[in-house]
Design a protein around this ligand. Structure first.
Ligand code: ADP
Ligand code: ASP
Ligand code: MG
Length: 595
């Protein structure tokens, strides 16, 4: 008999009528012959209301008590949903996170799932019940109630679908699927039939709030197909599966994180290990750092810039302050009036001029780009908060995201939606004794024969990045990584990019021409570098990956020239002569997590 997990978000259980409608959906599925597990969120804005209440009592409520409080929202809804099912004539039992054996670590408000015991759920299903499980919550070794982080009910649902070997995981929400960008921000956004795990993982992590990014880590790891659909209609929504919608379109979605903060640590001594000290202090607070850019400035001192969610700015600054002395850096600056606008697409890596098209669109809209980072399937830009909406619209338009790609696949065409069952079972049983959400790495590799070009003193005005990368594109040079960040003192930035080492000379020629045209300070180029790549699932949310990478390279006295991070990869550009050693040592350091 097939098993379906149905998750209902806050708006889908916001009042009595909606609770009854959700109950009817579950009963209908059961009558169609499925075993049904529901995962339910707190009613409407109840979680926000509880947060507000706590805020009235204490400025910094103890984390444990906060989770105790927030978990009550879901407990209310599961009981009401179970009652609704009973009154409609079917059998249901509600269960809290503790009662479904949802064991987590003890990091309150960001707890990670370690294991789920399925016996009780299976027993209840065997007895003809619909199981109504509370989303977002778990229990630690000491029986403390924990929560998984805002939006975490998605993760409960997909994790349950994974361990129960569900045939489908349906996410019922207030939109009828995944759109090319948040339809509330951009009405011209298009609903997509299919999106790949990788794209959804990046989009969710870059601000697409429709799915909790950690739920997509589970889906990818265990091959769970997800169907995101409206709780208010029966229309088919979006399938999140291994394949992408199109094999050709360079960009499949755009996302914005409105509330970002940029932090720059000035005058970091440019010796191995210094950045690592900064990032381990931040990672220890489980804060996910993004857009890391390090520029070597004057007198062997570097400026290290990165972004964090603005709500984490206070904690981040405190963490950095605590190591300033040990690091020997000069000062910290920050800006919390910035937003991150990103594009994601799994075909991006094989196409030229995707970045320059994005930068040109932003320039035409008059948007100033403060920082840039790229990785294999995403490009992120940091822009002034006041221009973020404009920027999102501009990038959505330039990549024609409102239009269905010509080679688009509808989800009925996606055949093998679930991963190989044997593989999945093996993975689940291997991870069950250990930790379901533990870091999973799929490989550590080296790309040799790379070269880097850096332009210093890039003027802080719209259009420079666009001009630069268009010129490079016209010269037929294929670019891999791009990073742009603060040079420091005068508001100017520096831009670095990597190319194949055979393209170094041509790239330097172009860079010199651009330098002359825009009145920049200096061009530097160097070959004999290599890129070390750590690949896996959920690398950004596992905040220790970048730290461990930095730490290992520091131990080997290897300087990191450039770095980029995404959910799928962390890349570090280092001295080519040391690359083989570095990769071997990293394999050893990450042995536990390597599949
Ligand atoms: P739920 O309470 O059901 O979990 P959420 O509010 O967490 O619902 O997620 C649904 C919301 O996500 C939508 O109302 C929409 O505004 C927002 N959203 C953000 N990005 C996207 C996107 N790319 N596609 C669809 N919805 C999105
Ligand atoms: N109720 C929690 C929240 O509002 C979890 C969820 O809805 O996914 O964040
Ligand atoms: Mg949600």
């Amino acid at each position: 008999m097939s098993l379906i997990v149905q998750k209902f978000g806050g708006t889908s259980v916001a009042d009595v009528e909606k609770i009854q409608a959700a109950a009817r959906k579950a009963i209908r599925a059961q009558r169609q012959g499925h075993r049904v597990v529901m995962v339910v969120s707190a009613m409407g804005k109840n979680t926000d209301a509880l947060l507000g209440l706590a805020g009235e009592i204490s400025e910094q409520p103890p984390a444990r008590e906060m989770d105790m409080l927030l978990s009550t929202g879901e407990q209310v809804s599961v009981a009401l949903v179970a009652m609704a099912i009973h009154s409609l004539g079917a059998k249901a039992v509600s269960l809290t996170g503790g009662q479904i054996g949802m064991k987590t670590d003890n990091s309150f408000s960001k707890a990670r799932i370690q294991s789920i015991s399925t016996e009780r759920i299976e027993g209840l299903l065997d007895g003809g019940n619909i199981v109504v499980a509370a989303g977002f919550q778990g229990i630690d070794d000491d029986l403390n109630i924990t929560t998984l982080g805002r939006g975490g009910s998605d993760t409960t649902a997909v994790a349950l679908a994974a361990v129960l070997g569900a045939d489908a995981c349906e996410i019922y929400t207030d939109v009828d699927g995944v759109y090319t960008t948040d339809p509330r921000l951009l009405p011209e956004a298009r609903r997509v039939d299919v999106i790949s795990y990788d794209e959804m993982l990046e989009l969710a992590s870059l601000g697409a709030g429709v799915m909790h990014s950690r739920s997509i880590e589970f889906a990818k790891k265990f091959g769970v197909p997800i169907h995101v659909r409206s709780s208010f209609s029966d229309t088919e929504g979006t399938m999140i599966v291994a394949e992408a919608e199109s094999q050709t379109q360079p960009v499949s979605g755009a996302a914005m994180t409105p509330d970002e903060a940029r932090v720059t640590v000035l005058g970091v001594p440019d010796v191995p290990g210094k950045s690592q000290q900064i990032f381990s202090a931040i990672a220890a607070c489980k804060i996910a750092v993004d857009m890391v850019v390090q520029n070597v400035g004057k007198k062997g001192r570097a400026n290290v810039s990165f972004t964090v969610p603005s709500e984490e700015l206070g904690a981040t600054l405190a963490a950095v302050e605590s190591v300033m002395k040990a690091v020997g850096a000069d000062a910290i600056t920050h800006d919390d009036q910035v937003s991150k606008v990103s594009v994601v697409g799994s075909n991006m890596a094989t196409q030229t001029s995707v970045a320059s098209r994005m930068f040109r669109a932003l320039a035409n809209a008059g948007v100033n780009i403060y920082m840039i980072t790229t990785s294999e399937i995403k490009i992120s830009t940091l822009v002034p908060k006041s221009q973020a909406a404009l920027a999102l619209r501009a990038v959505h338009e330039v990549f024609d995201l409102h239009q269905r790609p010509q080679d688009s696949q509808s989800w009925s065409e996606i055949k093998e939606v679930r991963g190989d069952k044997a593989d999945v079972d093996a993975l689940v049983s291997r991870l069950r004794d250990d930790a379901l959400e533990a870091l999973t790495l799929t490989g550590i590799s080296i790309t040799e024969k790379q070269a880097r070009v850096t332009l210093h003193g890039v003027p802080d005005e719209p259009g420079v990045a666009a001009d630069m990368f268009e010129t490079i594109g016209k010269a037929g040079i294929f670019i891999d990584m791009i990073v742009q960040g603060y040079d420091g003192d005068d508001g100017s930035t520096s831009v670095s990019f990597t190319v194949d080492d055979t393209a170094l000379q041509a790239s330097l020629d172009v860079a010199r021409a651009i330098l002359a045209k825009h009145g920049m300070r200096d061009v530097q180029g160097g070959s004999e570098i290599a890129k070390v790549t750590v690949s896996g699932i959920g690398l950004r949310s596992h905040t220790h990956v970048a730290t461990m990478l930095f730490q290992q390279l520091a131990e080997d006295a290897i300087n990191v020239e450039m770095i980029n991070t995404s959910e799928l990869q962390v890349n570090a550009v280092i001295d080519a002569k040391r690359a083989v050693d570095a990769a071997e040592d990293l394999k050893r350091a990450f042995a536990e997590s390597l599949l």
